[in-house]
Design a protein around this ligand. Structure first.
Ligand code: GLV
Ligand code: MG
Length: 326
């Protein structure tokens, strides 16, 4: 049973770098990077004519490259393509147990996830694979967002729900072509007659909120969309800080220059960690005195503060362990 009050799968996922399966020249650099997760892509960064060679490249790369302590994922083609089943078969047959995850794009319903699970489970048995692969699911179609609850519950392999804003915009018919950026046209005009000012809104707020809500309700990681304009560092910072604050665990990245930024933003600051540890100590004292709530630094703390503080300390421990193992 899924415990819906707890992050079940603990994995660092602050930065998840996309590496096109057709760009063999990018693989070594990705392996040397500080990304928490690398996903080798067979889907939308690979042209139709290169689908088969990309598949072979990616399989070879999983087996032959030293990926250090990174988590390794492959994004297969979507359910509605002629490639998906063979992607899964060839990956399951030919990759070593270095592979940790499979990423599924454009997922519309739980039925698709049932099918992925069945295929993967059969091949895991058939090819006597030692490691059970986890799933990353991209929510990036209108149907996917509508069915997100069933999708999240469809497989015990599910570890993370990702937001794919570019495909989502296309599926929705949204009038924007910026990948992961905000649209200058989406907002409201202040109705005050004297000084009218336009206030921008975040057109992805509903989707983002729904994804983080569902992911964390079922103990999955919530991963934010890529930010396409890789020369806009400030824009990236604001976008990432906003979803970090909302509860997201990390971001998909389309350029290595975004890795240090993402790692920094999705890590709690030293001050946050110190504060969290102090909160845990204070709440322990309060518990001994039989109190459920106390005042700390002029603010109210209660039992839920323990959960919030514990999340911060847990992620900080993961980051420290990760540094030691590098
Ligand atoms: C990612 O896959 C996206 O569509 O934004
Ligand atoms: Mg997409």
């Amino acid at each position: 049973m899924i415990n819906n009050n707890q992050i079940v799968k603990i994995r660092l996922n602050r930065s998840e770098l996309a590496v096109p399966g057709s760009r063999v020249d990018f693989f070594e650099k990705a392996a040397q990077s500080k990304a928490d997760i690398i996903f080798l892509d067979l889907e939308d960064s690979v042209s139709l004519g290169q689908k088969l060679s990309a598949r072979a490249n990616v399989i070879e790369a999983v087996n032959d490259i030293d990926w250090k302590g990174k988590t390794l994922s492959i994004r297969v083609n979507s359910h509605d393509t002629e490639f998906m089943e063979e992607d899964i078969k060839q990956i399951m047959k030919n990759t070593s147990s270095r592979l940790d995850l499979l990423m599924f794009p454009k997922v519309n319903s739980d039925k698709e996830v049932f099918k992925f699970d069945k295929l993967v489970s059969n091949y895991e048995n058939k090819f006597k694979r030692k490691k059970k692969l986890g799933f990353e699911i991209i929510i990036e179609t209108t149907l996917g967002l509508i069915n997100i609850n069933q999708i999240a519950l469809a497989s015990k392999r599910n570890e993370a729900l990702h937001f794919g804003s570019a495909d989502f915009a296309a599926s929705l018919g949204a009038k924007t072509i910026d990948i992961g950026g905000i649209s200058q046209n989406y907002g409201v005009l202040n109705s005050s007659e004297k000084k009218r000012s336009f206030v921008l809104n975040d057109m992805w707020h509903y989707a983002l909120f729904k994804i983080v809500l569902t992911a964390h309700a079922y103990g999955l990681r919530a991963i934010d969309c890529p930010f396409g304009n890789f020369s806009d560092e400030l824009g990236f910072n604001y976008a990432a800080r906003s979803t970090y604050t909302m509860g997201f665990d990390g971001k998909m990245l389309i350029h290595p220059s975004q890795i240090p930024l993402s790692n920094k933003i999705f890590s709690p600051t030293e001050k946050e960690v110190c504060n969290a540890k102090e909160i845990l100590a204070q709440m322990k004292l309060a518990e001994k005195k039989g109190k459920g709530a106390i005042a700390f630094n002029g603010k109210l703390l209660d039992i839920v503060s323990i959960k919030q503080a514990k999340n911060i300390v847990d992620i900080d421990n993961l980051i420290k362990n990760n540094r030691e193992s590098e």
